[in-house]
Design a protein around this ligand. Sequence first.
Ligand code: THU
Length: 134
Amino acid sequence: MVLVVPEDLLEAASGARENAYAPFSGFKVGAALRTASGLIITGANVENTSYGLSRCAEQSAVTAMVSEGDRSFCEIVICTEADPPVTPCGACRQILLEFSPEADLYTVGLSGAVRHYRVCDLLPDAFALDRHQG
Ligand code: THU
């Protein structure tokens, strides 16, 4: 099956990647999501000299989405130079899942290779507080 990445999101993610601040890893990441209301929102990774304070592109995009007043997205594209394309880190999986478990996630390397997942498939049996309350 041929995977068709939403072109507008790929373009937005690629543009956001240019804005990444990654002087420590040298690994730039861009993300672009489409909110349920149809907005495109982007994020880039933002590193810090205190490494643990660094933020992934997916986290930046979700933070921007919530700040804009949206609470869910239907699809997200992640753009890096990796081949094969990266999959989101564990923390980002939890953050994405919080808002949009059913969303389509595409991750694209600069060579054009694509992988596709549903957000919920990236974090099976995830923690959710409401499942643990009487
Ligand atoms: N990074 C992301 O922004 N998203 C991912 O999916 C994987 C990793 C960032 C974190 C760090 O700034 C750099 O890539 C290297 O790990």
